[in-house]
Design a binder for this molecule. Structure first.
Ligand code: SAM
Length: 270
């Protein structure tokens, strides 16, 4: 059995109840969607998933674990892909599987949780939902409300297109080797138009601009929008006054709806 590798964030989930819980959540009510596991590792979650499915795609970066799984879990229903999930073309994968939607499952390695979140969000129209184990701190950030310390860029971007729910927290001892932090089982249900925005790229630009200097007032943090606003022939003051957003607020005080309103007003002025 290959030894756990730190650089791939290998903390294997050993709590059987939690594994079965994740597998059931991912496998039920999935309609025609294909289930894709990120980082099968030694197969701890792969096995209960296969208990519910006729077909499973699993993407693993560690060549030694892929070789181990090919021997240990030889199952015609399992399609094992040796790759970095961040490089995998989800659209192509869905086409290859003959489906329009994907359900993503996995006990995510800590080092790639943020890029995976951004990737899932980019594919909100393709991913039906994701059932993931994440470090508690990241999970709490994803469900945080405006005004809280955890409320951040990724919170707003996901809130625009998804409902996020924490099902349960997992103690450090649920994993081997034992990690430094607690984890959470999280479900993200994607609804691309949960909060409709006039232009998604513009929305993202505004939110990124505000959070690029989250300690500063919007009057300063939104300065990077000046060239865009000049082109549109409006000032930041006019836009914010129309949106009823006070320029002395900070990025973390605005709801996703506030950001959507700013987007609509700037888009209309262009
Ligand atoms: N699912 C297993 C479990 O719960 O016991 C393993 C979980 S472990 C936290 C994360 C797994 O993701 C490891 O097997 C690791 O090798 C794999 N991994 C890490 N980075 C990856 C990446 N970029 N793409 C695909 N798999 C990755």
């Amino acid at each position: 059995m290959p030894r756990p590798r730190k650089r791939f964030g290998q903390h294997f989930l050993v709590d059987q109840q939690a594994l079965e819980f994740i597998a059931e959540l991912a496998a039920t009510n999935r309609g025609e969607a294909a289930v894709v596991e990120i980082g099968p590792g030694r197969g701890a979650l792969t096995r209960p998933l296969l208990g519910h499915l006729d077909r499973l795609v699993a993407i693993e970066i560690d060549r030694d674990l892929v070789a181990h799984l090919r021997e240990d879990l030889a199952d015609p229903r399992l399609h094992l892909v040796e790759a970095d999930v961040l490089d995998v073309d989800f659209g192509q994968l869905a086409t290859d599987e003959g489906v329009e939607r994907l359900v993503i499952a996995g006990n995510l390695p800590y080092n790639i949780s943020a890029p995976v979140m951004f990737k899932l969000r980019e594919h909100a129209d393709l991913v039906d939902r994701a059932v993931l184990t994440l470090q508690k701190e990241v999970a709490d950030r994803l469900i945080s409300s405006p005004g809280s310390r955890q409320y951040s860029l990724v919170t707003v971007l996901l809130a625009q297109c998804a409902q996020v729910e924490i099902h349960r927290y997992l103690p450090r001892g649920a994993f081997h080797p034992v990690p430094k932090v607690e984890s959470a089982i999280l479900e993200i249900r994607f609804e691309p138009d949960r909060v409709p925005v006039a232009d998604l790229a513009l929305f993202e630009r505004i939110v990124r601009s505000a959070f690029s200097q989250r300690r500063k007032m919007l009057r300063n943090s939104l300065q990077s929008l000046t060239p865009l606003l000049q082109e549109a022939g409006v000032s930041l003051e006019e836009v914010c006054s129309q949106a009823q957003v006070d320029l002395t607020l900070r990025a973390e005080n605005l709801s996703v709806e506030n950001y959507a309103t700013l987007t609509r007003i700037i888009d209309a002025a262009r």
